[in-house]
Ligand binder design. Sequence first.
Ligand code: HEC
Length: 116
Amino acid sequence: MKIPACVAAFGAALVLAACGGGSDGESTPTPAQGGGGGAADGAALFTQNCANCHTLAAAGAKGQVGPNLDDLRPGPDLVKSQTENGGGAMPSFKGKLSPEQIQAIADYVSENAGKS
Ligand code: HEC
C-alpha cells in the first residue's frame, strides 16, 4: 500500500500544483487498492481520476476537457454510469476503479457539485 505524498496531502489546488505538473508519466496512476483500510475516499479519488478533465470547485479541480460538474450537477446515478461506461471522449473506469470506489466518487460529486 503506497500512497503518493501528493495524494495524502489532498488539498484541492495544492494537489494539482504538486502532482499535475504536466509530466507525461502520469497516464497510469495506481488506483488505491483496497482503500487503505477505510471507506473509499471520494474526494481523493476524484482528484486522482477526474480532476484533469473536469471542473469541480469543491475539489479544486479545473479541468476543461469534460463538462463543468458544478454547472452540470449530476446525480449519483449519472456519475456512476458515466464513470463505469465512459462516453464521448471520457474513458471507462470499470476495471480500474472498484465498484466501491466508483460509488464513493458518485456520492462525492453529487453531494459537492455546485456547492462550493
Ligand atoms: C480524459 C478526460 C476525462 C476524464 C479523466 C474524466 N472525464 Fe468525465 N467526461 C469527459 C468528457 C469529454 C465528457 C463528455 C462526454 C460526452 O460528451 O458524452 C465527460 C462527461 C462526464 C459526465 C457527464 C455525463 C453526462 O451524461 O452528462 C460526468 C458526470 C463525468 N464525466 C464524470 C466524471 C468522473 C466522476 C470522472 C472520474 C472518475 C471523470 N468524469 C473523468 C472527460 C473526462
